[in-house]
Design a protein around this ligand. Sequence first.
Ligand code: SF4
Length: 225
Amino acid sequence: MNAVPPDAAVASSDRLRITEIFLSLQGEARAIGWPTVFVRLTGCPLRCQYCDTAYAFHGGEWWQIDDILAEVARHGARHVCVTGGEPLSQKRCISLLKRLCDEGYDVSLETSGAIDIADVDPRVSRVLDIKTPGSMEVHRNLWSNLPLLTPHDQVKFVICSREDFDWAKDVVAEHRLTDVCDVLFSPSFAQIKPSDLADWIVAERLPVRFQLQLHKILWNDEPGR
Ligand code: SF4
């Protein structure tokens, strides 16, 4: 936790369980490179084999939404990313997202794709994962989320193998995802060579964006960076 938690004795229905709030650079997706405040919510019902935030599965501290907003404001950045874990596994995440938008932040949400996104404020840019077979959580994809996507959103595939790449390519084509929003392909860290994925995308002329996670290159994925 990068900040002092609020008074735990204050009871309210406006509380969320938070693992950490910190300022860093956005490491991926459309807002890559912007100074960004990350609000990492605790808990996730999935167990992707490559998960790099397992420390957010448990623990955390209860925060009032007002206190979260004050902590975000203290960092003084325009971009805010609500992440996890799976942030939508806490229902009050919907209220937090709305309040952040009302405050005028440029808000993004990183979500696993396993939970309904229908109630997320339309001002939020939703970065929706589609879990590949290599993640070991492909059965968790909530396909009914896909028709809800808009050009303000983004879809992300973490690719673990050539088989994953071919599977993802078919999903993109079947759902015409590139007609709707940006589609991002990332190599699973240390599982395939990034250059192999880049070569496959170029060879197939896929209209998707290759991305490497900037925070892993800069800081080797330290928590809180
Ligand atoms: S959805 Fe995200 S936080 Fe949850 S297990 Fe998968 S990678 Fe980890």
